[in-house]
Design a protein. Sequence first.
Length: 475
Amino acid sequence: MEQITNRSLLSAMCENTNTAIAVDNPATGDVLGYVPNHSQQEIENAVSKASEAQKAWAKQTAKQRSEVLIRWFNLLMENQEDLARIMTLEQGKPLAESRGEVVYGASFIQWFAEEGKRTYGETIPTPMADRRIMTIRQPVGVAAAITPWNFPIAMITRKAAPALAAGCSFIAKPAAQTPLSAYAVAELAYQAGIPRDLLAIVTTTDAVMAGELFCSSDQIQKISFTGSTNVGRILMKQSAESVKRVSMELGGNAPFIVFDDADIDAAVKGAVASKFRNAGQTCVCANRFYVQDAVYDEFVEKFSEAVKALNIGNGLEDGVTIGPLIDDNAKSKVQRLITGATEQGAKVAVGGKDQGGRFFEPTILTDVTHDMAIVQEEIFGPIAPVIRFSDDNSLVQMANDTIYGLASYFYSKDINRIFAIAEALDYGMVGVNEGVISTEVAPFGGVKQSGIGREGAKQGIDEYLNTKYICLGGL
């Protein structure tokens, strides 16, 4: 696959750059290339083609679909370096993180290539001697997805792989900031043998139009969305008219808790990995840190030293660990939250400075209180507000005091405390003595207003399957 640095290749994605979507590099502001700004009619045509393609795809055996998906997985791994470079250029994360995302994204294709062969039905003991009861699993039909800019490859593959493995067709609208990764991954899918009409990428600056179209189309049976809770609410309302199946991975406000019996060095390592990966622009990253009195000062001191060692810069440069924020609005939000917190008494322990362009220093705030906006809002940036707590009961109340319930983390060596806190935290995912917990083999998703449904694991393919009950009578 040609590298992204070939500007003619990028521009060739769109014949008319005057009406196209320009894709820029957040580290430099340079335009990388252009992708089509699809009209409503063009998207509707893609939906119709996907509906036709799905019928033939569903008739293939699970093993046949699996073989195609494995070829797709292999092509992603063979082109890992080019895909990582594309991602870093359009999204900004350090190249090492981009390489990791390619592997992570590909893992879902490999996983669901196998899970697709295990979508078992069952036979049910009959209550009547002349009848037999059984169930079978069938694809829902056409699935559509709206994916975010922060993980532009993994969020495509995590949704497309189970859909295709189940026998569905799949249409994805990636974020306008990061469409190149989606097009690149789709091109490799076509090379693997997945029909173009079966896996379609549509790009538009009119996100409202695309969302309404996906939700209202009679040809689309399933919507998957990763993004903000506010947008998720809108899509759910719009989908209600057609009683469309939805799965939502929405906002988060993850607590990161350090108890007085924790391994502080391990907690610091986990905190850095969780908070500052992708410059804090992940839905599961630690959003607020609660540290128990006895270890507060030690944790802050060691955490501060670790954060000072992070290197800010262009993700393509060696040694860079913190890239730019995705756009100017993201940077403005970070600045607003820090200003608001310091005005209310928080202190900047590390960082806090604008580095020009879209870069902002990784920051630690101390003397933070639970009621501050920086604790209540999802930050989506490289800021770590640290809150002191005394007892376990008050901690659990503060940790659960949010509409969100996606991910949570805590560090402790006490096995009794571990089980008590893990069960008490009202979140879909709990990392115990681990700061990075995402994997294709475990169910990813939240509770409360952080979403509905699960991605990955055996549960992930269930989102794209219907269960049909068959009663055989007259026997």
